[in-house]
Design a protein around this ligand. Sequence first.
Ligand SMILES: CC(=O)CC(=O)SCCNC(=O)CCNC(=O)[C@H](O)C(C)(C)COP(=O)(O)OP(=O)(O)OC[C@H]1O[C@@H](n2cnc3c(N)ncnc32)[C@H](O)[C@@H]1OP(=O)(O)O
Ligand SMILES: NC(=O)C1=CN([C@@H]2O[C@H](COP(=O)(O)OP(=O)(O)OC[C@H]3O[C@@H](n4cnc5c(N)ncnc54)[C@H](OP(=O)(O)O)[C@@H]3O)[C@@H](O)[C@H]2O)C=CC1
Length: 289
Amino acid sequence: MERIGIIGAGQMGTGIAQICAVAGYDVRMIDVKDEVIAASLATIETNISRQVARGRLSVDAAEIAQQRIVTGKDYALFGDCDLVIEAASEDEEVKRDVLKSLVPHLSPDAIIATNTSSISITRLAAATDRPGKFVGMHFMNPVPVMQLVELIRAIQTEQPTFDTVRRLAESLGKTVSVAEDFPAFIVNRILMPMINEAIYTLYAGVGSVESIDTAMKLGANHPMGPLELADFIGLDTCLAIMHSLHSGLADAKYQPCPLLVKYVEAGWLGRKTKRGFYDYHSERPVPTR
Ligand SMILES: CC(=O)CC(=O)SCCNC(=O)CCNC(=O)[C@H](O)C(C)(C)COP(=O)(O)OP(=O)(O)OC[C@H]1O[C@@H](n2cnc3c(N)ncnc32)[C@H](O)[C@@H]1OP(=O)(O)O
Ligand SMILES: NC(=O)C1=CN([C@@H]2O[C@H](COP(=O)(O)OP(=O)(O)OC[C@H]3O[C@@H](n4cnc5c(N)ncnc54)[C@H](OP(=O)(O)O)[C@@H]3O)[C@@H](O)[C@H]2O)C=CC1
């Protein structure tokens, strides 16, 4: 494995590109907007510079890593990639369109991985010309910091594909946890109902944003409160994951909180739009409820 493609230069695509380049892989990354790509490269530069300042990476290695990342808007960039990781928005129609556009450009042996948080790997695999060479590779946010990669086998995934992607995750310094292909897999099946319940707790007036987050940080030793974490993940992504759980498992306990729905309808998506359960326009996040 030498060259890795990434679709989507949002927070996940950016983190994946960074760790792949630092680990020595050539990276090709596309997105639909120039400004998103520019912001992604700026984030990578900041993060890599911090690694240099911390003495974890030499100046030369940092420069080489950044040169390994080639960006653009055209799927033809993926022609010589050994593996392409799809990290576009958490929307099945978007992902299907992306996969349809991708496959004509790929070499026959190339593997496709999806970083989806919740959507059926089996259905996405079936939307490609190579379901046996398709796998779920679910990185955690922030990618450079979090230790885990969840690997999800579609019913069609062939063992050599799975083994190759496991080796790739390990070569990136990650620890693998294997999940079967059920809605939202392991991490989000457990984490997202907790976040949704925190939003219900706010909706019911049990506590303010600050009291709920403080309670869970100091009372349950979570590194971030659930509402702060929801803003960090992206409220659109949180809602999409709850929809996958609700429709995929047909259980009322997964119904998304109406307040979450309203925030997403308002375009309050968390940190990425500078407003969610907190307002991020000033230096310190300000709770909005
Ligand atoms: C939705 C899904 O499908 C799946 C998911 O990803 S669910 C979300 C999973 N992620 C989590 O639960 C994250 C919970 N939060 C945390 O673990 C921590 O708050 C955190 C790791 C994000 C930050 O840790 P912290 O100790 O509070 O902050 P801080 O001291 O600033 O950061 C620790 C290090 O991480 C780095 N870091 C923090 N945020 C970062 C980011 N977004 N990108 C890159 N590096 C980051 C910092 O630079 C710092 O590095 P150094 O050691 O070089 O100083
Ligand atoms: N956020 C998280 O904590 C985690 C997210 N994930 C998953 O990773 C994926 C990406 O999430 P995340 O990075 O947070 O989302 P972001 O919203 O930060 O980034 C998604 C990016 O994909 C772009 N995009 C949308 N459509 C296309 C397309 N057709 N072609 C290329 N790029 C496209 C978006 O552009 P535009 O903004 O213009 O629409 C955006 O830049 C999702 O599947 C999500 O569920 C997995 C683990 C954790």
